[in-house]
Design a protein around this ligand. Structure first.
Ligand code: CTP
Ligand code: CA
Length: 229
């Protein structure tokens, strides 16, 4: 193929990508959230569509426009994201969890706005754990040979943390970013190492999120099950 022409190597495949960051409501006007921009997930969804896949993008709070040719499901919370991803994953060849899922949510939702009291005190917010969507999908694959990919932002011993997380999650590939000042959140660029369950490591040099997206699909491709006739 000529340069700039994308091979339709994901034609006939259904892939699911989650993107953005969940928001966990405290009351009608407040939430616990995170700084995920959703750009990496959108780059993954667009790249897969350009490579011929049917793409379901489960989006949480990005504010980004729906990419052309992609089925977009809009969600808010981790529980909603889990529901939408599990539903879409039922017939998916690959699931890529690029979303930043809140680990905790407020134990209770106040139906009225939480108000200050005259005694100068402050409320204590009790949190409960959210479900681990990636671990659940990896442990309980909807189809045999479904490829499951996670993302992790790590500090300190990035590779050791990534290896441990890959094993804990039970996924096939884990894209590990080192987080630091100029890196990752909200930026256009990314640097990563993709760790595979088979022990291989693929470094991805600092560059646009589109390039990392292509590398992820390049690594998913040989791991896909035989296409059904
Ligand atoms: N993830 C998920 N469900 C959660 C939390 C995380 O599916 N409740 C997914 C993310 O989408 C990501 C991967 O798991 O693909 C790794 O997320 P990360 O926050 O790095 O992992 P955690 O297990 O939450 O570990 P940590 O305590 O380091 O936050
Ligand atoms: Ca987490």
């Amino acid at each position: 193929l000529a340069r700039g022409v994308t091979a339709p190597d994901l034609a006939g495949r259904h892939v699911v990508v989650s993107a953005g960051g969940t928001r966990e409501p405290l009351d009608p006007v407040r939430y616990l959230g995170n700084r995920s921009s959703g750009k990496q997930g959108y780059a993954l969804a667009k790249a897969a569509a350009a490579r011929g896949a049917r793409v379901t993008l489960v989006e949480a709070n990005t504010g980004l426009p729906d990419p052309a040719g992609v089925d977009v499901v809009h969600v808010g919370t981790a529980v909603q994201l889990r529901e939408a991803v599990l539903k879409a994953a039922a017939d998916a060849d690959a699931v890529v969890m690029a979303a930043a899922v809140a680990d905790f949510r407020p134990a209770a939702y106040a139906t009225g706005k939480i108000k200050k009291t005259d005694d100068g005190g402050a409320p204590t917010v009790e949190l409960v754990r959210n479900p681990d969507i990636l671990a659940e999908i990896a442990a309980d694959r909807a189809l045999p040979g479904q490829v499951v990919v996670g993302f992790a932002a790590e500090t300190d011993d990035v590779l050791a943390n990534g290896r441990a997380k890959l094993a804990r999650k039970g996924c096939d590939l884990l894209v590990v970013n080192e987080v630091g000042e100029r890196k990752t959140f909200g930026s256009e660029e990314n640097e990563a190492v993709v760790l595979a369950a088979d022990g291989t490591e693929t470094p991805v040099p600092y560059g646009p999120k589109e390039a990392l997206a292509e590398t992820v699909w390049d690594l998913v491709l040989p791991r896909l099950r035989e296409p059904s006739a």
